[in-house]
Design a binder for this molecule. Structure first.
Ligand SMILES: O=C(O)c1cc(=O)[nH]c(=O)n1[C@@H]1O[C@H](COP(=O)(O)O)[C@@H](O)[C@H]1O
Length: 237
């Protein structure tokens, strides 16, 4: 899969997203469309992004009973996106049928979207996980457990912080995707993220992909911020 930083298009509508994309003025970006933009604009915006030659991570984080997720994944597969996700907490049965839904919904001759599972959100602290989810182990163990479950369920990878990425490669395989949000450039505000790293740290520790939103979208010069992120990710700095 394309190895460029994934830009989170967390915008309220397509006009704002298109304005931002025209500032970047690049082809073949890897962009992420999340709940806000997809709920507002729906499938037509996905088709537009495809027509512009961009790779798409449709980040809807499905988490429901297996039958519902299976049926929803069949629909998402027909959109022609490259990457989709579920919550690993939905369980192995849910993850397996999510994959089956994608396989069945992918049009003949097209590539099935890759499927990854969110382990513990990068906005979750160990204390919060233990107190609110009543998970008694430490955060690393919980993430590794979910990663193993996703791997055994046949998924293509996980969403995790960079801190766990290296260990996940060890217990799964080097080719198992480790997609890492919570990326910040030095000096940027961490906002609501807890487990953050810079693009070069993520590469060093073992992420296969990074997701960056506000460090680029809210930068004074988004193009410069994006180029900086690429340089750090590709270790050219
Ligand atoms: O699945 C995701 O993309 C995701 C998982 C996770 O654990 N943490 C996380 O921040 N994300 C997404 O990654 C993006 C991060 O955005 P910034 O914090 O602005 O860089 C947001 O769109 C989140 O929805």
């Amino acid at each position: 899969m394309l190895d460029k930083p994934i830009i989170a298009l967390d915008f309220p509508n397509k006009e704002a997203a298109i304005d931002f994309l025209s500032e970047l003025n690049s082809q073949s970006l890897f962009v992420k469309v999340g709940m806000e933009l997809f709920y507002q604009e729906g499938a037509s915006f996905i088709h537009w992004l495809k027509s512009q030659g961009h790779y798409i991570f449709l980040d809807l984080k499905l988490h429901d009973i297996p039958n519902t997720v299976y049926s929803a994944m069949k629909v998402l597969a027909s959109l022609g996106v490259d990457l989709v996700n579920v919550h690993a907490a939905g369980g192995s049965k849910m993850m397996k049928v999510a994959l089956r839904g994608l396989e069945e919904g992918t049009p003949k001759g097209k590539k099935r979207p890759a499927l990854i599972a969110v382990t513990q959100l990068t906005s979750t602290s160990e204390q919060q996980m233990q107190e609110e989810q009543l998970i008694k182990c430490n955060l690393n163990e919980s993430v590794l457990h979910y990663a193993k479950l996703a791997y055994m369920s046949g998924l293509d990878g996980v969403v995790c912080s960079a801190h766990e990425a290296g260990m996940i490669a060890e217990i799964t395989s080097e080719s198992f995707l480790r997609v890492t949000p919570g990326i910040r450039m030095t000096g940027d505000s961490s906002d609501d993220q807890i487990r953050i790293v810079t693009p070069d740290q993520a590469r060093q520790i073992g992420s296969t992909h990074i997701v960056i939103g506000r460090s680029i979208t809210k930068a004074n010069n988004p193009k410069l911020a994006y180029d900086q992120a690429i340089n750090l990710w590709e270790r050219r700095n």
